[in-house]
Design a protein around this ligand. Sequence first.
Ligand code: CA
Length: 214
Amino acid sequence: MLLVEDEPRMAAALVRGLGSEGFVVEHVSDGLAGLEAARFGDHDLVVLDIMLPRLSGYEVVRTLRAEGNWVPVLILSAKDGEYDEADGLDCGADDYLTKPFSFVVLVARLRALLRRDPVPRPVALTVGGLVIDPGAQRVTADGAEVVLSATEFRLLEALARAHPAVRSKERLLDSVWGPGADANIVEVYVGYLRRKLGRNRVVTLRGRGYRLAP
Ligand code: CA
């Protein structure tokens, strides 16, 4: 396994502890070295700190996923850090632990990741000039990357999966926001998508719902 951690005492403790649990640990201490090691090291598992010199753990895992590398990644992050759990999992990590964590819990989570069947990763959806990659959480419009919030991404993904069919407001509400959400939120977020992707990408069919333009 690969450990990417810049804090020397934490890294030393993890290398020692995980080693005694039978893991063969390669340790690097910055994000760029971590990315290179994950790309070429053939690791079965990556444990990744978030706040790292040169490249954040968040960027490391995003880059790996964008390149089609699905090595299981567990993210370690300091409490009240710059990123929260949702960010960690949104960027494509498989699991997340907040420091300080219990070593026993870490080992249990790592073993669970190793036992897990390889999940079939989602392939990118293409509609018109849009390419929506659920694995990497990335969207490009006519080749240019567009940054969406997690909710905007889920709405766009729902519309893309339905394409070329129309999705009713109720169904979008249910699949993106869940029960109890206010129906007006759909319109609000369709507005956000239009602003970021271009006015004509999302078509309104009065009384029926929305669909993506072909
Ligand atoms: Ca750090």
